[in-house]
Design a protein around this ligand. Sequence first.
Ligand code: ADE
Length: 225
Amino acid sequence: MRIDIITILPQLLDSPFAHSILKRAQTKGLAEIVVHNLRDYSGNKHKTVDDYPYGGGSGMVMMIEPFVACIEKLKAERAYDEIIFMTPDGEVLNQGICNQLSTQQNLIVLCGHYKGIDNRIREHFVTREISIGDYVLSGGELPAAILVDAVIRLIPGVLSDETSALSDSFQGDLLDAPVYTRPAEFRGWKVPDILLSGNTPLIEKWRYEQSMERTQKRRPDLLED
Ligand code: ADE
Protein backbone atom coordinates (compact mmCIF):
# COMPACT_ATOMS: atom_id res chain seq x y z
CA MET A 1 0.00 0.00 0.00
CA ARG A 2 1.17 3.52 -0.79
CA ILE A 3 -0.05 6.55 1.17
CA ASP A 4 0.73 10.11 0.00
CA ILE A 5 0.16 12.81 2.62
CA ILE A 6 -0.12 16.45 1.57
CA THR A 7 0.67 18.99 4.28
CA ILE A 8 2.16 22.41 5.01
CA LEU A 9 3.99 20.92 8.01
CA PRO A 10 5.93 17.89 6.70
CA GLN A 11 8.28 18.08 9.74
CA LEU A 12 5.34 17.13 11.98
CA LEU A 13 5.19 13.79 10.17
CA ASP A 14 8.93 12.98 10.31
CA SER A 15 8.68 10.93 13.46
CA PRO A 16 5.34 9.05 13.63
CA PHE A 17 6.24 6.68 10.79
CA ALA A 18 9.93 6.25 11.63
CA HIS A 19 9.66 3.78 14.50
CA SER A 20 8.49 0.35 15.52
CA ILE A 21 5.70 -1.32 13.54
CA LEU A 22 5.25 1.44 10.93
CA LYS A 23 8.97 1.57 10.28
CA ARG A 24 9.07 -2.22 9.88
CA ALA A 25 6.10 -2.16 7.49
CA GLN A 26 8.06 0.21 5.26
CA THR A 27 11.35 -1.71 5.49
CA LYS A 28 9.51 -4.91 4.57
CA GLY A 29 8.06 -3.12 1.52
CA LEU A 30 4.47 -3.59 2.74
CA ALA A 31 3.80 0.13 3.04
CA GLU A 32 5.19 3.25 1.43
CA ILE A 33 4.42 6.60 3.09
CA VAL A 34 5.35 9.72 1.12
CA VAL A 35 4.94 13.18 2.66
CA HIS A 36 4.58 16.16 0.31
CA ASN A 37 5.13 19.79 1.27
CA LEU A 38 2.16 21.72 -0.10
CA ARG A 39 4.31 24.86 -0.33
CA ASP A 40 6.36 23.20 -3.08
CA TYR A 41 3.18 23.41 -5.21
CA SER A 42 2.25 27.03 -4.40
CA GLY A 43 3.28 28.30 -7.82
CA ASN A 44 4.46 31.64 -6.40
CA LYS A 45 7.79 32.85 -5.09
CA HIS A 46 6.48 33.55 -1.57
CA LYS A 47 5.22 29.96 -1.33
CA THR A 48 1.81 31.23 -0.23
CA VAL A 49 -0.83 28.52 0.22
CA ASP A 50 -3.62 30.45 1.96
CA ASP A 51 -5.75 33.52 1.32
CA TYR A 52 -8.58 35.57 2.84
CA PRO A 53 -12.06 34.02 2.80
CA TYR A 54 -14.54 35.35 0.22
CA GLY A 55 -17.40 37.05 2.03
CA GLY A 56 -15.14 38.10 4.89
CA GLY A 57 -14.73 36.58 8.33
CA SER A 58 -11.79 35.60 10.48
CA GLY A 59 -9.01 33.18 9.57
CA MET A 60 -7.39 32.16 6.32
CA VAL A 61 -8.50 29.54 3.83
CA MET A 62 -6.14 27.08 2.12
CA MET A 63 -6.09 27.77 -1.62
CA ILE A 64 -7.24 25.35 -4.31
CA GLU A 65 -4.31 25.66 -6.77
CA PRO A 66 -1.50 24.14 -4.64
CA PHE A 67 -3.65 21.14 -3.65
CA VAL A 68 -4.75 20.53 -7.21
CA ALA A 69 -1.18 20.82 -8.55
CA CYS A 70 0.03 18.20 -6.06
CA ILE A 71 -2.98 15.87 -6.44
CA GLU A 72 -2.86 15.96 -10.26
CA LYS A 73 0.87 15.28 -10.31
CA LEU A 74 0.29 12.19 -8.13
CA LYS A 75 -2.74 11.04 -10.13
CA ALA A 76 -0.67 11.20 -13.33
CA GLU A 77 1.74 8.68 -11.77
CA ARG A 78 -0.73 6.07 -10.47
CA ALA A 79 -4.42 5.45 -9.79
CA TYR A 80 -5.70 6.32 -6.31
CA ASP A 81 -8.50 4.46 -4.54
CA GLU A 82 -9.42 7.32 -2.22
CA ILE A 83 -8.53 10.96 -1.64
CA ILE A 84 -9.15 11.48 2.05
CA PHE A 85 -9.52 14.84 3.78
CA MET A 86 -8.92 14.89 7.55
CA THR A 87 -11.56 17.20 9.03
CA PRO A 88 -13.53 17.42 12.28
CA ASP A 89 -16.78 17.44 10.26
CA GLY A 90 -16.03 14.13 8.51
CA GLU A 91 -17.31 10.63 9.37
CA VAL A 92 -15.85 9.56 12.70
CA LEU A 93 -13.04 7.03 12.29
CA ASN A 94 -13.69 3.52 13.57
CA GLN A 95 -12.22 0.04 13.16
CA GLY A 96 -14.54 -0.77 10.25
CA ILE A 97 -13.27 2.18 8.21
CA CYS A 98 -9.66 1.20 9.03
CA ASN A 99 -10.30 -2.39 7.93
CA GLN A 100 -11.79 -1.17 4.65
CA LEU A 101 -8.94 1.25 3.91
CA SER A 102 -6.31 -1.39 4.72
CA THR A 103 -7.44 -3.35 1.63
CA GLN A 104 -6.71 -0.43 -0.73
CA GLN A 105 -3.60 0.05 -2.85
CA ASN A 106 -3.05 3.81 -3.04
CA LEU A 107 -4.41 6.59 -0.85
CA ILE A 108 -3.93 10.36 -0.73
CA VAL A 109 -4.48 12.11 2.60
CA LEU A 110 -4.97 15.89 2.74
CA CYS A 111 -4.19 17.81 5.91
CA GLY A 112 -6.04 21.09 6.49
CA HIS A 113 -5.16 24.15 8.58
CA TYR A 114 -6.51 27.59 9.42
CA LYS A 115 -10.26 27.96 8.75
CA GLY A 116 -10.28 25.07 6.32
CA ILE A 117 -9.62 24.37 2.65
CA ASP A 118 -11.35 25.93 -0.36
CA ASN A 119 -14.57 23.92 -0.58
CA ARG A 120 -14.06 23.17 -4.28
CA ILE A 121 -11.25 20.76 -3.34
CA ARG A 122 -13.75 18.84 -1.23
CA GLU A 123 -16.40 18.96 -3.97
CA HIS A 124 -14.22 17.93 -6.90
CA PHE A 125 -11.29 15.86 -5.56
CA VAL A 126 -11.95 14.48 -2.09
CA THR A 127 -13.70 11.08 -2.03
CA ARG A 128 -13.86 10.60 1.73
CA GLU A 129 -13.80 12.94 4.75
CA ILE A 130 -12.64 11.52 8.06
CA SER A 131 -12.62 12.91 11.62
CA ILE A 132 -10.72 11.28 14.47
CA GLY A 133 -13.28 12.49 17.03
CA ASP A 134 -15.47 15.34 18.16
CA TYR A 135 -12.78 17.83 19.09
CA VAL A 136 -10.78 20.28 17.01
CA LEU A 137 -7.01 20.03 16.56
CA SER A 138 -4.85 22.75 15.05
CA GLY A 139 -4.26 20.81 11.86
CA GLY A 140 -4.87 17.54 10.06
CA GLU A 141 -1.34 16.13 10.50
CA LEU A 142 -1.86 14.32 13.81
CA PRO A 143 -5.23 12.95 12.62
CA ALA A 144 -3.48 11.76 9.41
CA ALA A 145 -0.79 10.03 11.47
CA ILE A 146 -3.46 8.28 13.55
CA LEU A 147 -5.31 7.13 10.44
CA VAL A 148 -2.14 5.84 8.77
CA ASP A 149 -1.05 3.95 11.91
CA ALA A 150 -4.48 2.35 12.38
CA VAL A 151 -4.61 1.28 8.71
CA ILE A 152 -1.06 0.07 8.11
CA ARG A 153 -0.93 -2.25 11.12
CA LEU A 154 -3.84 -4.16 9.53
CA ILE A 155 -1.99 -4.99 6.30
CA PRO A 156 -1.25 -8.74 6.31
CA GLY A 157 2.38 -9.37 7.30
CA VAL A 158 2.86 -6.07 9.14
CA LEU A 159 2.28 -7.45 12.63
CA SER A 160 4.56 -10.35 13.48
CA ASP A 161 1.71 -12.14 15.27
CA GLU A 162 -0.98 -11.83 12.63
CA THR A 163 -3.74 -12.88 14.96
CA SER A 164 -3.09 -9.99 17.31
CA ALA A 165 -4.72 -7.38 15.07
CA LEU A 166 -7.80 -9.60 14.90
CA SER A 167 -8.10 -9.88 18.69
CA ASP A 168 -7.83 -6.09 19.22
CA SER A 169 -10.49 -4.26 21.15
CA PHE A 170 -13.17 -3.16 18.62
CA GLN A 171 -12.19 -5.74 16.02
CA GLY A 172 -14.91 -8.12 17.25
CA ASP A 173 -17.24 -5.58 18.93
CA LEU A 174 -15.83 -6.47 22.37
CA LEU A 175 -13.11 -4.70 24.33
CA ASP A 176 -9.95 -6.68 25.13
CA ALA A 177 -9.64 -8.71 28.33
CA PRO A 178 -7.06 -7.46 30.89
CA VAL A 179 -3.49 -8.69 30.43
CA TYR A 180 -0.67 -9.38 32.92
CA THR A 181 3.00 -10.36 32.83
CA ARG A 182 5.64 -11.36 35.40
CA PRO A 183 5.97 -11.15 38.37
CA ALA A 184 2.95 -13.23 39.36
CA GLU A 185 2.73 -11.18 42.55
CA PHE A 186 3.75 -7.54 43.15
CA ARG A 187 3.16 -5.81 46.50
CA GLY A 188 0.64 -8.50 47.28
CA TRP A 189 -1.32 -7.85 44.05
CA LYS A 190 -1.77 -11.19 42.36
CA VAL A 191 -2.27 -12.14 38.74
CA PRO A 192 -5.60 -14.06 38.46
CA ASP A 193 -4.89 -17.76 39.23
CA ILE A 194 -6.64 -18.92 36.08
CA LEU A 195 -3.95 -17.32 33.89
CA LEU A 196 -1.26 -19.39 35.64
CA SER A 197 -3.27 -22.63 35.37
CA GLY A 198 -2.11 -23.65 31.89
CA ASN A 199 -5.72 -24.67 31.11
CA THR A 200 -6.21 -23.05 27.70
CA PRO A 201 -9.98 -23.63 27.27
CA LEU A 202 -10.66 -22.22 30.75
CA ILE A 203 -8.37 -19.26 30.08
CA GLU A 204 -10.22 -18.53 26.82
CA LYS A 205 -13.55 -18.72 28.64
CA TRP A 206 -12.26 -16.35 31.36
CA ARG A 207 -11.00 -13.90 28.73
CA TYR A 208 -14.33 -13.91 26.95
CA GLU A 209 -16.19 -13.25 30.21
CA GLN A 210 -13.79 -10.44 31.12
CA SER A 211 -14.20 -8.89 27.65
CA MET A 212 -17.95 -9.06 27.98
CA GLU A 213 -17.92 -7.55 31.48
CA ARG A 214 -15.58 -4.71 30.43
CA THR A 215 -17.67 -3.95 27.37
CA GLN A 216 -20.91 -3.93 29.38
CA LYS A 217 -19.37 -1.56 31.93
CA ARG A 218 -17.38 0.78 29.68
CA ARG A 219 -18.99 0.68 26.25
CA PRO A 220 -22.51 -0.79 26.47
CA ASP A 221 -23.23 0.96 23.13
CA LEU A 222 -21.01 -1.63 21.40
CA LEU A 223 -23.40 -4.41 22.46
CA GLU A 224 -26.56 -2.68 21.34
CA ASP A 225 -26.90 -4.50 18.01
N1 ADE B 1 -8.45 18.49 11.93
C1 ADE B 1 -8.68 19.20 13.05
N2 ADE B 1 -9.37 18.50 13.94
C2 ADE B 1 -9.60 17.28 13.38
C3 ADE B 1 -10.27 16.11 13.81
N3 ADE B 1 -10.88 16.02 14.99
N4 ADE B 1 -10.29 15.06 12.96
C4 ADE B 1 -9.71 15.14 11.76
N5 ADE B 1 -9.07 16.21 11.31
C5 ADE B 1 -9.01 17.28 12.10
